[in-house]
Design a protein around this ligand. Sequence first.
Ligand SMILES: NC(=O)c1ccc[n+]([C@@H]2O[C@H](COP(=O)([O-])OP(=O)(O)OC[C@H]3O[C@@H](n4cnc5c(N)ncnc54)[C@H](OP(=O)(O)O)[C@@H]3O)[C@@H](O)[C@H]2O)c1
Length: 494
Amino acid sequence: MIQNSSRKWDIGRFFQTLNYFEVIPFFSCLQRLFTSDDKSKTVHLGEKKMGTILVAGATGGVGKRVVRRLLDNNYPVRALVRDSHKAREILGDKVELFEGDLTLKETLTSKLMDDVSAVICCTGVRVQPVEGDTPGREKYYQGIKFYLPEVVDSPEMVEYEGIKNLLEVAQKSLKYKLPERTIFDFTNPTLELKESWGAVDDVVMGGVSQSNIKLIRNRAVFSGNVSTDNNGGFASVRTRNFEPPLDLSDYDGIELRVQGDGKRYKFILRCEGKWDGIGYCYSFDTIYNFTQTIQIPFADLIPVFRAKTVPEAGNFDASKIYSMQLMLSKFEYNGGLNPRFSPGLFGIEIESIKAYGGKPKPQFIMISSAGVTRPGRPGINLEEEPPAVRMNDQLGGILTWKLRGEEVIRSSGLSYTIVRPCALTEKPADKGLIFDQGDNLKGQVSREAIAQLCVEALELPSACNKTFEVREEDQPKNNSNWQDLLSQLTPDSI
Ligand SMILES: NC(=O)c1ccc[n+]([C@@H]2O[C@H](COP(=O)([O-])OP(=O)(O)OC[C@H]3O[C@@H](n4cnc5c(N)ncnc54)[C@H](OP(=O)(O)O)[C@@H]3O)[C@@H](O)[C@H]2O)c1
């Protein structure tokens, strides 16, 4: 049995802790409050949800709008372009350019996919009016007067071979990659450690344990001296509250990469912003001097208040995570003792904290075209069909090759979304959208709306493995609920 002895309590450390977390002591008991109005004492993890997004065809009518929307949403963007000078003028300097041509396989090196989590492919074989286009491609884009079109390159090369080439390089890096979200990567830190994590030791209850967290050799090292004197027995580090709270509801749990000292630690998540509220805990054992991956399923977290379980607190709500805490404690739960606890020096190194087990989201979004299955379809009335269907043969089988390109994507093993827009316009995205499957839809839709759809689809598991047509309604849009629109669609049977 561990003997409790008495030692001088360090009131300085006590106030240091309260000050770091903006906790206000009140009367004789500890009434703890976060001053949530003061955003300087919260952690902003940033909006970045994924790795880099690769946009192919970024200089095109839809592509440049996709790039702009991605940047507006704080995604890192890499653009695959044929001419970097032209691309820089169109896209500005916030986007990374990669020069390459879909039809020239050797230009699509593996570097194209470095840190890429998804591809949005807006390429298309160049079509222009037979009589030549104006400099900004106005004739081609304006869609009011019908100009007789011609293709400039080979549809087979761009729409099929090109897509095959891009997929090949994308598959190598994206296949079998399960969705995960990095929350802290101490090997490549983006936040000041001392601004986001601080020590919370038993000094807050009168104890004398001492710990800290420091960045050493690309790891966050939580170490210190834990003591059971003054009825204490825990040391911990905790993040300041996340602002906004983290939404990890699309994931199964938290994954830690740690190298420990053989002791048992607790990882604690809170889904309320209060200092002294309920923590959802998970205990895990470390192996001395050995790097481990610890998976903490949200479903296995135990609601605890000051080391006593609170079953009535209900399940953990992963949609609003306010803080994280890593603790070494003498106690397990409800008075039980940590079997691997011993007072004295300890240390655990954290490499990264991630969310794991995310539902698949689209890894490859392709803009195809309505009408791809219509050339040669029995019973089709060509008079009523859009020019690309009527003139498929004159345009080098443009839709036929687009369909072949789609088929390569559907059988790629990547999670994908294939968007088949009706005639594209330069108008604003101010109309509601109609989605359909079966390739019978006719009408038009703005490039802006298609760009918005592609960027929204990136975060929506319900967009996965679906092929669908899109056109605009005549009515102005009510707020689009992308999730609802996409959930109604049937996944492809491959
Ligand atoms: N126009 C319509 O009414 C309509 C209707 C339905 C679907 N679509 C399809 O929707 C998609 C987007 O349309 P959009 O109007 O945005 O197209 P767009 O303006 O013609 O843009 C096509 C993009 O593809 C790039 N590209 C062409 N060949 C390439 C190659 N070999 N390697 C790399 N990049 C290449 C072009 O780059 P450069 O700048 O270097 O040329 C350009 O960035 C296309 O697939 C189109 O066929 C169009």
